[in-house]
Design a protein around this ligand. Sequence first.
Ligand SMILES: Cc1ncc(COP(=O)(O)O)c(C=O)c1O
Length: 379
Amino acid sequence: MIYLDNNATTQVAPEVVAAMLPFWAEAYGNPSSPHKFGHRVRQAVEMAREQTAALLGAGAEQIHFTSGGTESINTALHFATQSQPDRKHLVTTAVEHPATLKYCAYLQQRGHQISIIPVDREGRLDLDQLTASLRPDTAVVSLLHANNETGVLFPVEAVGEICAKRGILMHLDAVQTVGKLPSPVASWPVDLVSLSAHKFHGPKGIGALYVCKPGRFSPFVHGGGQEKGRRGGTENVTGIVGLGRAAALAVSREPEVERRIRQLRDDLERAVLSDIPDSWRNGGSEPRLPNTANLGFAGLEAEALVLWLDREEICVSTGSACTSGSLAPSHVLTAMGQTPQQAQGAIRISLGLHTTRAEVEFVCEKLALAVGELRRLVP
Ligand SMILES: Cc1ncc(COP(=O)(O)O)c(C=O)c1O
């Protein structure tokens, strides 16, 4: 199998699996228990918190474990709105992950107003339009760091400064960047940052929310006093340990993503665009993630292309894993001005640490064959 769907999820690193194993079968204590058996587990949880904090250049007390990116994002938006009941306005963009867009829609049904900032044909944000949308009652600006479908990066620091000047909270969905790109979030002017372990070789169902000023934070999930009362529920210890180990590994692996994977991705794009007529790249201008290629092909359904490649044991996707299979055109590509037909002809290829040059060359060959064959079938 050739796995080129690393923005959907990544292989759990063997080192991460090894770190997690003892916490299922042997060290199964509850970290909140008063005995030594529980204590050992508490120490592992706190070490993972430090490892996660180190990846962000943050303090351990700023890290709150959650069940993943979705819960972190919901928690951030919940906190921003609940803690400022007089501020009923939120700002986000048209290309956010459904975890943001659907929580905003939920808030809208409950009386909040949402400004959705559009993007241009390259997927870039219009900072002037974002600035103009801000109001005295804006509670939070919630922004992707990197788009999961195209890899386009938003200008975090510029938006953070705009928000900070006006006393508006800023939440960053860094699920696709933490562990792939250096993310010294604690030095950025942001208040809340969401991340998810399974995007950087950690386990699924575990993530974290960085909170710049944790003293002011209040919970989304109410329960026992876990996470200093900021997130109820007995900790997912194995997941937390896995997240910590993955974070520690990511620190040393980020330069490889930046260098080797970027070169492979660029070569893949160049080969596809030169070998396959009527093909194009979506969101190709810098800055963008080094591992992501979003490629469109005129006159075909990407869904058919993905199935054709799957028959050859090649895993790629249409849009995001959450929306692929829905047959609706990608909201990201339509927001970038594409017609539904153009958007439905696009696939996402996301490389990972394990991707080799031979795999990329094989996929380019198969892709040209597949597009030719499918176009002959449906002229
Ligand atoms: C940009 C982005 N935000 C949020 C999420 C949701 O994260 P999780 O799968 O951990 O809930 C994803 C996952 O695909 C994502 O790509």
